[in-house]
Structure formats: structure tokens, C-alpha cells
Design a protein. Structure first.
Length: 113
């Protein structure tokens, strides 16, 4: 079991580090916390992530959900990292920008702690 967790953490680290842009270019950060809930909207083709508290990004401190479009570039890789982090209970933080609705944060980058 420990070896499996180490392999998963190594895979998460590799995917996170091999992203197409650095966090500095990906916008502002959220706080780091485990993902409590994942939601998918077929109507909007969006994946939503909720944590124990809001995501706490500077421009939208009240954002309850972090979100990304399933049609975004490299969305499959992003989803894989998020699902592995959720399965392990690992903390994540996101980089991106506040959506027009201040209760949502648009994700462009994920970091697994």
C-alpha cells in the first residue's frame, strides 16, 4: 500500500511539474486544501471542485467552487491529477482567475501538495 501511494505521489508530482506553464504565468493562487466534492455539469460541460472552505483567491475570496471546462486545453491531464488528489485526500491549490460570478474560480493550473 505504501509503495502504491509513493508511485501515485510521484505520478502526481510529475504531471504537476510537467505542466505547459509555470504557476506565475497561470494567474493568482487559491488556498491549499483537500477536494471535498467533485461535480460535473452536462449542461455547461464544467467540472466543479469544492473544498472544506472557500478557495480564497485574492480577487474572489468568496469563491466556493473552482471550475474548468472539459474542452480546455489538456483537460484530461488536469482531470487525472484532480481525481488522483481527491482519491488520496491530498491538498491541492489552483491557479487561475476569478470567474464573472465571484462564487467561482476558473482553474488553469493545479498543484498537489
Amino acid at each position: 500500500m505504501i509503495a502504491k501511494k509513493v508511485k501515485i505521489k510521484a505520478a502526481l508530482t510529475a504531471v504537476t511539474l510537467c505542466g505547459s506553464m509555470s504557476p506565475a504565468l497561470a494567474g493568482e493562487p487559491t488556498i491549499s486544501q483537500p477536494i471535498k466534492q467533485l461535480r460535473y455539469s452536462t449542461e455547461y460541460n464544467l467540472v466543479y471542485m469544492a473544498g472544506e472552505s472557500g478557495w480564497g483567491a485574492p480577487s474572489c475570496p468568496g469563491a466556493v467552487h473552482a471550475q474548468f471546462f472539459m474542452g480546455s486545453p489538456n483537460f484530461k491531464n488536469l482531470m487525472a491529477v484532480i481525481l488522483l488528489a481527491k482519491a488520496q485526500g491530498s491538498k491541492v491549490s489552483f491557479f487561475g482567475e476569478c470567474a464573472p460570478d465571484p462564487y467561482y474560480f476558473n482553474v488553469s493550473y493545479v498543484v498537489v501538495d
